[in-house]
Structures are given as C-alpha cells and as structure tokens.
Design a binder for this molecule. Structure first.
Ligand SMILES: CC(C)[C@H](C(=O)O)[C@@H](O)C(=O)O
Ligand code: SF4
Length: 482
C-alpha cells in the first residue's frame, strides 16, 4: 500500500497471507490465541468432528477463568455440575490437542487478559485473536488484539489464520494531565460517554497522545480493554520503552540475541506521520472527573458530582426511551445526586481493573477505614500472581482489615457465571466493564467506576467522590502503604 500507513494497517498488512477480494477481505495470519472454558468447547468439538489437529499448539494457551469459584480456599472441585463439565472438557481438549493448560490450581491462573501479558505471551506487532471481546486489552503491549466467535476459533486452531475483514480506523488522542483521583478507568468511561456505546462500532481504535504516553502499561490495558464497550472491534497503541520494560524477562518473552532483534523490530511500530484515519476524537484528560454509571449501558455515565439525568434531556427519541428503561431498571429518579445512591455490594475485580496497580489504588482509600455496615465487599484479584504480589506488599492485609473478602482469581462477579451472583434489587459499586441488565445477577443493579471509587463507596455505603475521602496517588508505591 502506498503512502503513509496507520499502525493498524501495518500490522494487518504484515499478517496478510492473501487478499480474498477487493473489498478488504483477507486471509490473516494470527500469531497467538488464548482459550477459555466458556467459548472454546464448540470449536474443539468441531475439530474432533472433522478429524483436524491444532496447527500450532505452542501458539495457544488455555486458561480457566469464567466459571471457576473464587472462594478463598482453592480446590480443583467445581461445586456447580455445569462448570465442572466445562472445566473437565477443557482439560481433555488441552491433553488431546497438546495445548498448555492453566487450570484453577496453577499458580499462573487468572483472568485470561491478565494472565497472557503476565506470561509474556503477547508481544508488540503481533495479531492476537481470541474468543473473548476484551482481547483488545493487548493493544497496550503494541499488539493488535480482537475477539472472535466460535467458528473463527475453530478456523484459527486448524489453520493459524482467519478470514478477516479489514476494519475502519479511529484515532483517539489523549492530551492534558488528569486531575487528582482520576484514573484510566475514568478516562475511558468519559471517552465512551462522549462517543457513545456505538461510537467505535466497526472500527479499530488507535489510542495516542501525550496523556497516553504518561500512563503505565497497566493503565493503558484498562483503556484498551474497555474501549470494546464503545463497539471497537480491535485496538492498537504504539509500544514504547515502558512496554519493552514490562515484557523483558517474562516467561514467554524472547531472550538474548532474539530480544535485541525483537526490540529493533518493535521500535518502528507506529503510525506514519500523515497517516489517515476514518475518524478522530480527542480528549483533554484534564477535563475528566471520577465517573460513575447511572444506567444499564456503559455510556450512561456521569461525573460523580453530578445527578441522575432526566430522560427528557436526551434529544434523540431512542436514547430517551433507553434512558427511561434504564432508570426503571436501576430504580433511580432523575435529579437524584449520584453520591446519594446507597449500595449493598462493592466488587473490585475483572480484566479491566484487577491488576496490582488497581488493588493498590483501592487499598490507599481503604487504609485505616472499614466497610460500611450492611455492605458486602469482595475483591477478586485478576490473577493468582497479582494476589500473591498483593499479599507480599501488605495490600491484601489492608483489604482484609477493612472488611473486604479476599478472594482467589477469576472473572467471578464481573459476569456472575460462578456462584458470585447478586440477588434481585442488590446494588453494586463495581470496577468491571459492563452494567447491562442482569449482568451481575437477574434484577441486580451495577454502577461502574474505578477501583478507588469502589473502595470509597464500600466505606461510606453509598456512591462517593473519592476525592472527598483521600487523595489517591495515581501511582502509589508499595512502601507508601505501610
Ligand atoms: C464469555 C465471553 C464471550 C464474554 C466476552 O466475550 O466478553 C465475557 O468475557 C464478557 O465479559 O461478557
Ligand atoms: S473479567 Fe469480565 S469482562 Fe473480563 S473476560 Fe472475564 S467476564 Fe469478560
């Protein structure tokens, strides 16, 4: 392709085995995948029926995360019969097809999007496609990540390729300096509020700008992860030295001479000056406040100091009806100050916000405080490695002292496929990414926010502006917690 190219185009071009038509359909080489017990079974059954083997088992990793219990005492037993069957078939597929399995008792277990970067499985310039929408998280490492359906997983496993339609491109530029108490979660929630839950549909999003460079790799993962909630079908970010430092020395990262060669290849992974994007959006992160959702779509959000909006304020009829329905489901009245909404549950977890920096952020708010009476508070670290690190640093102890349940890792109450299910009418301050009706349990109500904001809500018993409790440092060091 002549002329300046975007990073997305460069990665897609480099992985194109063959153009399939002149409308942008290509046979795309995919470097790696991560499989979970929930979306992979049919793909393996398909391979069995066709008598196919997996083309390159070493390019895949299997992680149990969606259905496993996260209760503190870990055993291989799954009390739920359906979950036990899924886990057993998953393990059988790992054995029969020769793919490495991380099961619940493995010290590397966790949510796939937390585990894959920890293992160094995802490297800059790669295409990583997996059966989970939040695979976009890997953009933070300079890879093109996107979710695929079951039949595509099967195609990938058999051939290491996908039939892929090139996406439109959207650039999201972040500039400015975030204010106190404003995290990557608040930034991405504000982006989604402004562009809408359909704002990036059909697009691969490239994040850039000085405010992006200032973020840590984990904070960038939060952005790349949650942009899916604006409809993005893929994401990329230019990898920088923070990324290279993050990857170096991880179990699957290249070493020695290979590392030097990889670095040389990775440093050119950026959009050319003058590259054209189909859409562009810019945000001054200095305008962002701590955010909270009031509705049942991630774009139904507002700064925490605001009020539940009136549906009539929506110009568009469809959006007005959606707001009315959301307020009915959420049992909220227009004009109510958001920080007057009481909660029954607080949940810190998920692939968006359960990495070590997230837990440190929450712990800074919780130190010396107690969960409010009547609130059940749960923290589910994103991986067993995160859990171990939090224990070593004293972060776990702060959660325990505050009255949080300190759990094992998994998706857990993010989508309530295990036994962590809310009851109808429960209201949860949640560090997760989806607030759809019934997401955390039928009839349960979810308010999305940052981990520090969840901690603030847990100790006051209602949605709370974290800035009124403490000044959470954006990048706390372990020693500052003692
Ligand atoms: C189970 C899986 C298909 C789903 C996804 O793709 O995102 C899940 O992880 C979720 O968060 O809703
Ligand atoms: S933590 Fe939640 S969003 Fe992430 S993969 Fe699991 S269920 Fe999906």
């Amino acid at each position: 392709m002549a002329g300046p190219r975007t990073l997305y185009d460069k990665i897609v071009d480099a992985h194109t085995v063959q153009a399939l038509d002149d409308k942008g359909r290509v046979l795309l080489y995919v470097d790696r995948t991560i499989l979970n017990e929930y979306t992979s079974p049919q793909a393996f059954s398909g391979l069995r029926e066709r008598g196919c083997r997996v083309w390159n088992p070493a390019a895949a990793l299997m992680v149990v995360d969606h259905v496993n219990p996260t209760t503190p005492r870990r055993t291989a037993d799954m009390p739920d019969a359906g979950a036990a069957r899924q886990a057993a078939y998953f393990a059988q597929n790992a054995r029969d097809f020769g793919i490495e399995l991380i099961d619940v008792l493995d010290p590397r277990q966790g949510i796939e999007h937390v585990v894959a970067p920890e293992q160094g499985l995802v490297l800059p310039g790669m295409v990583v496609a997996a059966g989970d929408s939040h695979t976009t998280s890997y953009a933070a490492l300079g890879a093109l990540g996107f979710g695929i359906g079951t039949s595509d997983i099967e195609h990938y496993l058999a051939t290491q390729t996908l039939v892929y339609r090139r996406l439109k491109t959207m650039r999201i530029t972040l500039h400015g300096v975030p204010g106190l108490g404003v995290t990557a979660k608040d930034i991405v929630m504000e982006v989604i509020r402004r562009i809408g839950a359909d704002g990036a549909v059909g697009h691969a999003v490239e994040f850039d700008g000085p405010a992006l460079s200032a973020l840590s790799v984990e904070e960038r993962m939060t952005l790349a992860n949650m942009i899916v909630e604006a409809g993005a079908r893929g994401a990329v970010m230019t990898p920088d030295t923070k990324v290279f430092r993050y990857i170096e020395g991880r179990p699957r990262a290249p070493r020695g001479q290979l590392w030097d060669r990889a670095l040389a290849a990775w440093t050119v992974l950026t959009s050319d000056p003058g590259a054209r994007f189909d859409r562009s959006f810019a945000l001054d992160v200095g305008e962002v406040a701590p955010m909270v959702t009031w509705g049942t779509s991630p774009d139904q959000a507002a700064p925490v100091a605001g009020r539940v909006p009136a549906p009539e304020a929506e110009g568009d009829a469809a959006r007005r009806r959606a707001a009315e329905r959301a307020l009915a489901y959420m049992d909220l009245r227009p004009g109510t100050p958001l920080d007057a909404i009481p909660i029954s549950h607080a949940f810190i977890g998920s692939c968006t916000n359960a990495r070590i920096e997230d837990l440190r952020d929450a712990a800074r708010v919780l130190a010396g405080r107690r969960v409010a009476p009547g609130v059940r508070a749960i923290v589910v670290p994103g991986s067993t490695a995160v859990r171990a690190q939090a224990e070593a640093e004293g972060v776990a102890e702060i959660f325990r002292q505050a009255g949080f349940e300190w759990r094992q890792s998994g998706c857990s109450m993010c989508l309530a496929m295990n036994d962590d299910v809310l009851a109808p009418g429960d209201r949860c301050a949640s560090s997760t990414n989806r607030n759809f009706e019934g997401r955390q349990g039928a009839g349960a109500r979810t308010h999305l926010m940052s981990p520090a904001m969840v901690a603030a809500a847990a100790v006051t018993g209602r949605i709370t502006d974290v800035r009124r409790l403490a000044a959470p440092a954006r990048k706390p060091e372990p020693c500052s917690l003692s």
